[in-house]
Write a protein that binds this ligand. Sequence first.
Ligand SMILES: *[C@@H]1O[C@H](CO)[C@@H](O)[C@H](O)[C@H]1NC(C)=O
Ligand SMILES: *[C@@H]1O[C@H](CO)[C@@H](O)[C@H](O)[C@H]1NC(C)=O
Ligand SMILES: *[C@@H]1O[C@H](CO)[C@@H](O)[C@H](O)[C@H]1NC(C)=O
Length: 389
Amino acid sequence: MYKFISCTLLVAFHVSITEGNSPKYTYYDPYTLVELQCDQCPPGSFVKHDCTTEKKTECAPCPSNYFASEWNSHKDCQYCSNVCKELQFAKKECSSTNNRICECIGGFFLDIEFCSPHKECPPGYGVVQLGTPDSDAICSECPKGMFSNVTSSTAQCQKQTNCKKLGRKVLHKGSSTHDTVCKEEPAISCEIDVTLCEESLFRFPAPPENWIMTLIQRFSSTAVTLQQINKIQETHSVAEQPFYLFKLYKSQSKADDSFTPLLKDLKECEKGVSNLLGPLNLTTKNIMTLMRGLPGKHVRQEDIERTLKTCDRPKHLVKLLSLWRNKNKGNTIEGLKQLKMGQLPKVLRKRMKKLGQFLSGDSMYSLYQKIILEINGNQTQPVKMEVLL
Ligand SMILES: *[C@@H]1O[C@H](CO)[C@@H](O)[C@H](O)[C@H]1NC(C)=O
Ligand SMILES: *[C@@H]1O[C@H](CO)[C@@H](O)[C@H](O)[C@H]1NC(C)=O
Ligand SMILES: *[C@@H]1O[C@H](CO)[C@@H](O)[C@H](O)[C@H]1NC(C)=O
């Protein structure tokens, strides 16, 4: 008697958790011939005993390797499928509520019965829909302006390089199978054809009239030819000629001892510029802002980036100013005067102002006078080029 009660309690408990919301199934009691609405059994179990007028349905859990994924009225659970096929892995193992789920490994899809590799799109074609474990990849011909140079089941067509946007010329036109190739740009040289000091010297009031003649006379002791002099006179304005003649003279006079003190003075001046620009710790953004703040035509962003990559500091700033000067046939001192400083960090504003003052200041003028005297053959005292930071 006691045993019977305990058993009834167990069944009553089992039913109570599903009571009210479990789906029903119709069952004819073979003894009473009464149509009953029995509770179904929840996923993971099966019907061990149908209900009677007295008792609710009795469910039992699926044995191992069997499953029931739905509410059901079955008398047993389903057997889980065998191990997965070749090139498949078990995405979900067998449990009491689900069958083992097999899926093709990466790069394969189920093609009727077997896992086949995803289609590879040949050059000229790109993947427009990636393959899945159940479906193949879809290829499509690259549209105009796009290319694919690989055989791949995943690569899409890519945009052809736009040389014009990069400010470069086309070397080889692109096709659906090849990218456009742009002409190489000449490598950036960090050398500066016109240093800030050299440029500044020749911004002072025109040298004496006979100066060009004097310079030319001094050339007779060097390897400079009349042709070189003529070329400068043909290609540069009268105002710029002394400057380029001087540069030519300088380049040919390296071994000329009488000229060395002058070059030393110029070096001192360059050192002053380096000191002004050297210890600055600028971000690329600072430098971009500086270059955008100069008047006239802007130096192209790629050229700025290439310079920053190629040239050590502080040479990179001097080189950038020189690029601006060449682009604008400009006057750097004047450019610095018109520089829009609003967005620049304070330290940079200060230095740029100082640089402008230095390049047009008293010590630069002394240097200028000295050079004229020296070229005229007069001995002079050294000029102090000091920059106070
Ligand atoms: C495909 O094109 C890219 C971009 O031009 C290039 O870098 C790559 O080397 C090319 N690959 C082949 C296999 O030609
Ligand atoms: C320059 O700035 C960067 C980042 O702002 C910092 O990591 C670096 O130490 C600084 N260098 C000097 C020399 O101040
Ligand atoms: C040297 O300088 C003096 C005065 O500064 C001047 O009188 C003289 O003509 C100069 N010499 C030459 C060779 O130019």
